[in-house]
Design a protein around this ligand. Sequence first.
Ligand code: FO1
Length: 311
Amino acid sequence: MALNIVALVGGVGGAKLAHGLAQVLPPENLTVVVNTGDDFWLHGLRICPDFDTVMYTLGGVVDPVNGWGVRGDTVAMLGALQRYGETPWFRLGDQDLATHLLRTEALRSGERLTTIMQRLTKALGIHSSILPMTDDEVSTIVDTVEFGRLSFQDYFVRHRWQPTVRTLAYDGVERATVTPEVVHAVADADAIMIGPSNPWLSLAPMLALPGLRDALLARDIPRIAITPIVDGKAIKGPAAKLMAELGYEVSAQSVAEFYREYINGFIYDQVDIHSRRPDMRHLLTNTIMQTDADRAELAQQALMWIESELL
Ligand code: FO1
């Protein structure tokens, strides 16, 4: 009997782990809960980058170079915006636009984000469950030295995560409600896996959501995290730069410490054999997911470790 796994993820790195799990688990045994702190409104459309990244990855249509957006997508709409004198800074592909149009239309008609995205994921042939952490709007705000408070995508895409971060806030999270689907999945889980996503930008908004935090802490089951830091460097994106700016030592150990309250096991990359926390159960394995086979292998290693040592 396969374990019921709930994976908590952000964008590209988390999507790769979710894809690995989807390759080795029956679909009914996998629920992926996705950060929505990156979501925002643009041109009147609701954009959910992390959710869409996971959905496109599991649906086999993600752009393999960027890790987000649709493979082979064109940007004719952006060209048309430029004709009107606009300077588009967020690359919305023409096929990707279909997702934003349908999502926004359904949100405006009063439907919940969860059920809208269940419909779209099913249409892409995905049988595992992908759930936004909440149906409410939560916005990650990045307070920077150079520009003050920036909305997340302003910081990440427009400013290419170059400004120096002072603090982070997750606007609306204290008032937001975790969905019944997420609560049910966590209650039904045999183990929780935190993906190799950015702890402060992708996971912290999820752990700040009171209903999700409580649901996780209520379960006495294996709860593990996979490092996004290997050999003192981020696998992708601003994790290492951000850690240094927030005053943390840039190491996998620091990440394990950050998650301490939520986890009872941590997966380090094999290169970090000499920098492990001695006081936490851990696994050393390859965490760099370059191919589909790497993703499946990491997922399999994590599941085998949970079954043999943590359950
Ligand atoms: N990331 C970029 O760096 N530049 C973009 O223009 C961009 C567009 C984009 C469009 C749709 C989508 O779903 C994601 C997109 N991303 C883009 C990625 C995304 O904004 C970030 O990777 C995440 O929010 C961080 O997890």
